[in-house]
Design a protein around this ligand. Structure first.
Ligand code: AP5
Ligand code: MG
Length: 211
């Protein structure tokens, strides 16, 4: 199965992508995670992406599209994938359609995680990530064993001013994708409010995943 996950920052895309990809047996491809790994590693790609990410802006399409094309060309993505955070504007969606057409395959479904600004701000402000394992926690909703541990950090783009800007960027540039996939008859809207497991079940049921 070939899926994309769309939704505002903090809607739970990464959280759901991990679980849904494992259930479907496809690789989870998170553009934000790939960029962050490159920023941390100081690679040329990371250097290109860093300032945009810090500012809560989208990394330029040519950089992002090339990175995704390379990733989708890898063997593990041949029979399916779950993209988290890509595409992020209609230009990227058209590029993705082109990559898939060239490979002779199609996107099956675009899952939109729907959550209010108030809820995503609450989720992002409490998000903490483990340096050693990469696991994503929430101080209130999925608390780590020791909330004061030095192993935990807050993403630099989770500062309140940057979150506000990321939400604006989402509304202006990413939200139009919903109409793009609706027109293609591929859109599935999921209420992202509720327990993580409930949201997962809603999504799996809506995409017709096998039990
Ligand atoms: P990216 O990393 O994709 O960030 P984002 O879209 O802003 O989304 P987040 O990762 O912040 O949130 P999420 O929806 O994954 O939520 P999560 O599951 O962590 O992108 C970062 C940057 O990279 C962009 O700003 C841009 O610069 C660049 N970039 C990436 N892709 C790009 C592209 N295609 N084009 C151009 N630039 C690109 O959950 C959030 C919190 O909520 C966690 O603490 C979690 O534990 C908690 N939580 C999750 N589910 C629930 C629930 N059901 N109930 C309660 N709490 C929950
Ligand atoms: Mg994420």
């Amino acid at each position: 199965m070939r899926l994309v996950l769309v939704g505002p920052p903090g809607a739970g895309k990464g959280t759901q992508a991990e679980i849904i990809a494992a259930r479907l047996g496809v690789p989870k491809i998170s553009t934000g995670d790939i960029f962050r790994a490159n920023v941390d590693g100081g690679t040329p790609l990371g250097l290109k992406a860093k300032e945009y990410m810090e500012a809560g802006e989208l990394v330029p399409d040519e950089v992002t599209n090339e990175m995704v094309a390379d990733r989708l060309a890898q063997d593990d993505a041949k029979d399916g994938f779950l993209l988290d955070g890509y595409p992020r504007n209609t230009e990227q969606a058209k590029v993705l359609d082109g990559i898939l057409t060239e490979a002779g395959v199609i996107l099956d479904v675009a899952v939109e995680l729907v959550a209010s600004d108030e809820e995503v701000v609450r989720r992002l402000s409490g998000r903490r990530v483990s340096k050693s394992t990469g696991k994503v926690y929430h101080l209130e909703f999925d608390p780590p064993a020791d909330p004061d541990s030095d192993d935990l950090y807050q993403r630099s783009d989770d500062k309140p001013e940057t979150v506000k800007h990321r939400l604006e960027v989402y509304a202006e540039q990413t939200a139009p994708l919903v109409g793009y996939y609706e027109q293609q008859g591929k859109l599935v809207e999921i209420d992202a409010i509720g327990e993580v497991a409930e949201v997962t079940e809603r999504a799996l049921a809506a995409i017709g995943a096998p039990e």
